[in-house]
Design a protein around this ligand. Structure first.
Ligand code: COA
Length: 373
């Protein structure tokens, strides 16, 4: 039988989008036509979220209005808020986010509408609530409390404040903000595709985001950043080359390397490597940065693979004081801007996403009653 399927849908164009574009050969990424290298370290996450959700980089008045809507929508509804403590005792961080976003839908005044204006409002609320949910979850499981958001701080600054309980240094806020910018959108990655499939049934935005969070959770997607940190923690600082070679020889994948689309360096990794180096120097302990550099060299030499976005994000988040099992939730804080923008785009020009499958099972089976089987 001819192989009609394309395993993993590699190279299949599954949607048209004006949100982001990748040139995998040249290692370039664009948000609405802006090169990520021009945005990183210049545009704030709020500006990029506005660009993705509302179609353009905001002017000052638009940014002020958008920031106001983020601040106004930051508080998760009463149902989600009331259940955080119990969920924190029973679910891992990504499971908890999946549950809490679902609960948050109950109190969203626009929950039953897929109209454009309603979607814009929901996109802002989901983007504003995600970091608060992560910080409250963390506080609930550690018995800590969450400091009030500071109106002077950005989403990045408030998240660092609320998750670590300490006021972050301005440079830490800048670096974390840049991380959020770098993770905001990435064409038809698995979680975005999941969100679009859900939205294309004309289901609501919260349902699409729940599908996306469940998809991001997997170790081949967003979960890789946590696995990178666990790898760094599990091998001796002076035994990187040996550990990597042993794992490769055993047929294991090294988390944080390889990419479906990039055939050269992931442009996001370029910025994250630089940030990791800077934070390592500021911390006065560059162990994880040095180990990461060595791992990068060994994996390239052995397999010709480049680090992806998750590789240096691990040491950056570690140096920023973010607990390892919150690394993937941090990815979702940023990607919420892209997911919601994709749902808006899907609803604006919708067609049900329903691909075909290639049947590879038995044929001509003869029915037998249960006692004759
Ligand atoms: N470590 C070791 N080998 C790897 C590898 C890695 N991280 N990533 C890919 N490879 C190898 C595969 O073993 C395979 O080799 P083979 O042809 O000899 O069997 C080849 O490269 C192609 O990999 P494959 O998994 O088929 O590519 P894909 O396009 O389906 O998958 C990823 C892409 C990202 C899922 C894959 O590179 C991976 O699992 N990386 C680790 C997880 C990760 O970092 N995910 C975050 C992505 S942003």
């Amino acid at each position: 039988m001819a192989d009609k399927s394309t395993k993993g849908l590699a190279d299949v164009v599954a949607a048209s989008t004006a949100l982001s574009d990748i040139d995998g050969k040249a290692g370039r990424l664009f948000y609405r036509g802006y090169d990520i290298h021009d945005l990183a370290g210049r545009a704030t996450f709020e500006e990029v979220a506005h660009l993705l959700q509302r179609g353009r980089l905001p002017d000052r008045a638009e940014l002020a209005a958008y920031s106001e809507s983020l601040a106004a929508g930051r508080e998760p509804g009463p149902l989600a808020a009331a259940n955080i403590a119990e969920i924190a005792g029973k679910q891992t961080p990504m499971e908890a986010l999946r549950s809490l976003v679902s609960l948050a839908a109950a109190d969203d005044p626009d929950k039953d509408s897929t109209a454009h204006e309603a979607n814009l409002r929901k996109a802002a609320r989901l983007t504003a609530q995600q970091p608060v949910l992560v910080a409250r979850y963390h506080a609930a499981r550690t018995g800590g409390s969450v400091p009030d958001a500071d109106p002077e701080l950005s989403i990045a600054g408030n998240f660092l404040l609320q998750v670590t309980g300490r006021r972050p240094e301005p440079r830490q806020v800048e670096i974390f903000d840049e991380c959020l910018v770098l993770h905001a959108d990435h064409t038809m990655n698995a979680s975005t595709f999941a969100a679009r499939v859900c939205a294309a049934t004309l289901s609501d935005m919260h349902s699409a985001i729940v599908a996306a969070i469940g998809t991001l959770k997997g170790p081949l997607h967003g979960g890789a950043n946590e696995q990178v940190m666990k790898t760094l923690e599990s091998i001796p600082a002076d035994g990187v080359a040996q550990a990597v070679r042993e794992r490769l020889a055993a047929g294991e994948k090294i988390m944080g390397f390889g990419h479906r689309v990039y055939k050269t360096e992931d442009p996001r990794a370029t910025h994250l490597r630089r940030m990791s180096a800077e934070l390592a120097e500021a911390a006065g302990d560059d162990t994880y940065y040095r180990m990461s550099k060595e791992m990068e060299e060994v994996v390239f030499e052995a397999k010709g693979l480049y680090p992806n976005v998750d590789f240096y994000a691990a040491s950056v988040y570690h140096y920023l004081g973010i607990p390892t099992d919150l690394f993937t939730p941090v990815f979702s804080i940023s990607r919420m801007s892209g997911w919601t923008a994709h749902v808006i785009e899907q609803h604006a020009d919708n067609r049900l996403i329903r691909p075909d499958s290639e049947y590879i099972g038995e044929t001509d089976q003869k029915w037998k009653p249960i006692d004759e089987r």
